[in-house]
Design a protein around this ligand. Structure first.
Ligand code: SAM
Length: 232
């Protein structure tokens, strides 16, 4: 696909080099997050039926996509990183899952072929885009869904009191260091310094402007936002 010269280059994203880090990333996330609980929460919201299909963008190590495959006909699991896709596809094979299609692509470049999907899921990935491009990505996700289709979006979103931003960031980093060690908390420092996490009210505004109703919103520890959305 040829992209305009002015389009944000998704492959230049300032996050970690996921091509070489898939295994370490997977291990860290299993320890830092409640992955099983997160997946259950999304599946409860999507309430999939066996004939439906789901698109996940920024699938990473494929935990959600593989779990969702047991509840619907097909999962399209998209990611920019060839290393992540390889790792996730191997995990699917080992778990005997054959109805997940792992596809290279990004928020701004993936073109969905075939039958429209019933739901779109994206977790901890949209912050790789600056806000203008996040809005374009959300509009593209809306285009891929019918009216009534569901979007679940979770990401690092800042909802702490901005007047105390220094103590909020330092507190979060200290908790991460305590739980995961210094290397991991350094990766969060780099996230804050260089990546494009935005404010909770901006994220909600962008989702709504893309044509979704946010039927539920959760903010955890001032850093992780979850948005349960239905396309108008
Ligand atoms: C922090 S990981 C999150 C992975 C997984 N969704 C999770 O919840 O653990 C971010 C993922 O987004 C992918 N990514 C980064 N920029 C992207 C883009 N513009 N479009 C699609 N995926 C992207 C990365 O390759 C990486 O696999």
């Amino acid at each position: 696909m040829t992209v305009p010269v002015w389009q944000y280059q998704e492959s230049d994203h300032p996050g970690a080099d996921f091509d070489s880090l898939a295994e370490i990333y997977d291990r860290n996330m299993q320890k830092f997050r409640d992955i099983e609980g997160e997946v259950r929460e999304i599946l409860d919201f999507l309430d999939l039926s066996p004939d439906q299909s789901v698109l996940e963008i920024g699938t990473g190590t494929g935990e959600f996509a593989i779990a969702a495959s047991g509840y619907c006909a097909r999962v399209y699991a998209v990611d920019l990183s060839a290393g992540m896709l390889r790792y996730a596809a191997k995990k699917a094979r080992v778990r005997g899952v054959s109805n997940v299609e792992f596809l290279p692509g990004g928020f701004l470049t993936y073109n969905h072929q075939g039958a429209p999907v019933d739901a779109v899921v994206t977790q901890v990935a949209l912050h790789h885009l600056p806000d203008f491009w996040k809005q374009i990505a959300l509009l593209r996700m809306a285009e891929m869904l019918p009216a009534g289709g569901k979007l679940f979006l979770r990401d690092v979103v800042y909802s702490f009191d901005l007047k105390c931003y220094e103590s909020s960031l330092n507190g979060y980093l200290a908790r991460a260091r305590e739980k995961m060690g210094p290397k991991f908390s350094q990766s969060i420092e780099a996230h804050v310094k260089r990546e494009y996490s935005t404010l909770d009210w901006i994220m909600r505004g962008m989702i709504e402007r893309a044509g979704f109703d946010v039927v539920r919103e959760e903010q955890k520890e001032g850093f992780l936002g979850s948005y349960f959305c239905i396309k108008r």
